[in-house]
Write a protein that binds this ligand. Structure first.
Ligand code: TXA
Ligand code: MG
Length: 345
């Protein structure tokens, strides 16, 4: 299949046509790029799973561009949900509701619930409005890889497999939406993301975090968001997070680099603007941004993980970041990309 690259917003009607005919279009959102299809067309949705190589038990989020679209897809909307929508929609917050019969089973992977998101990106909003349909959209990467935050990375994974890719520049947030389950007694974060726990707590008194998210050492607790149990965000390089005081971390990483070089491995380090000068022996040192600006780090993280692969690193050592605010989402992605290999020093 020849994939059309659309870079002029005037051509969005071409993309909307493809969606209406049951095809697949990758489009930018404020979090990461999404791989979109008509959420009401089971065959189009099944093509999403095929293009990504995604396990069929992992449900998709449905994207809308207007709050009224929500009421066609879900059973009921609580007053708590309305408060959250008032505060954070459009934006990087996915709310899980009981779904109604309109939503095909393949979208929800057979669950009785559905995740709905109203994204805050003019191109994605326009694509939904022009096609006149709710869009099922996972991140536009091959399953298991870091999510794409620009069109080049989407092309890398999906060129020739989907009808079109819309180039809308780099994603502002860089980590995916917060997934919040509104069907449990107390609203529960199933995936940390752009809207932080602290922000949610300013609107609702009671919000909890699914224990599976913070439970990194023993993996016995299965997460409620099926996607969170899979290997995810992983570059080809083997990633290790090294955690401790900066002095010890730098010493440890430099020692490890020497050992890895002896066994003929190429080694990358994911550092910050403030620390990158400490790792001169690495084969590739990338700064993910300044530790003063965690939002910039979120925006750069997936791109840096993919850059290590561009340069064929065998091993990547990464610094650790405080799990505060957006740091929760950053560390959740980083720990998964490292398959929970954390070296404490
Ligand atoms: O920011 C985002 O959310 C991006 C952009 C494209 O909108 N989308 C995204 O989709 O990250 P995806 O498919 O890569 O991740 C969706 C996550 C998965 O972990 C999935 O298991 C979970 O949301 N999820 C979806 N529907 C669910 C449901 N009904 N119950 C529990 N978890 C659900
Ligand atoms: Mg994904």
């Amino acid at each position: 299949m020849k994939t059309v690259i659309i870079s002029d917003p005037k051509d969005l009607n071409i993309a909307a046509d493809i969606i209406r005919k049951g095809g697949l279009v990758a489009a930018p959102t404020e979090t990461v790029y999404g791989l979109c299809a008509n959420a009401l067309n089971a065959s189009a949705v099944s093509d999403i799973f095929a293009a990504k190589g995604r396990p069929s038990d992992n449900p998709l989020i449905v994207h809308i561009s207007d709050r009224t679209m929500l009421y066609d897809l879900v059973d009921s909307v609580s007053s708590k949900a309305v408060k959250l929508m008032d505060a954070f929609w459009p934006g990087p917050l996915t709310l899980i509701f009981k779904s109604n019969a309109t939503v095909p089973q393949i979208v929800t992977a057979g669950l009785s619930t559905v995740g709905i998101r109203f994204p805050d990106h003019p191109i994605m909003q326009k694509l939904i409005t022009l096609s006149g349909l709710p869009l099922a959209a996972p991140s536009a990467n091959t399953s298991g890889k870091p999510s794409p935050t620009n069109a080049k990375r989407v092309i890398e994974d999906l060129d020739g497999k989907i009808e079109a890719i819309i180039d809308g520049g780099s994603s502002a947030f860089g980590v995916e939406s917060t997934v919040l389950d509104m069907t449990s007694e107390v609203p529960t974060i199933l995936r940390p993301g752009g809207i932080t726990l602290e922000m949610l707590q300013e609107v609702l008194e009671d919000v909890i975090v699914d224990p599976a998210i913070s439970n990194t050492l023993s993996q016995q607790t299965l997460p409620k968001a099926p996607g969170m149990k899979y290997t995810h965000y992983a570059p080809n390089a083997e990633v290790f997070i090294v955690r401790g005081t900066l002095e010890k971390v730098a010493h440890k990483i430099n020692t490890l680099i020497k050992d890895d070089h002896k066994s003929g491995k190429t080694v990358g380090v994911l550092a910050t603007d403030e620390t990158k000068h400490l790792f001169n022996h690495a084969d590739l040192i990338l700064s993910v941004g300044s530790s003063e600006n965690m939002h910039m780090i979120a925006a750069q993280l997936f791109e840096d993980l993919r850059t290590f692969d561009d340069h064929h690193m065998d091993i990547v050592y990464s610094l650790s970041f405080p799990k505060i605010g957006i740091g929760e989402a950053i560390m959740n992605r980083l720990e998964k990309s490292a398959a929970y290999h954390i070296i404490e020093v």
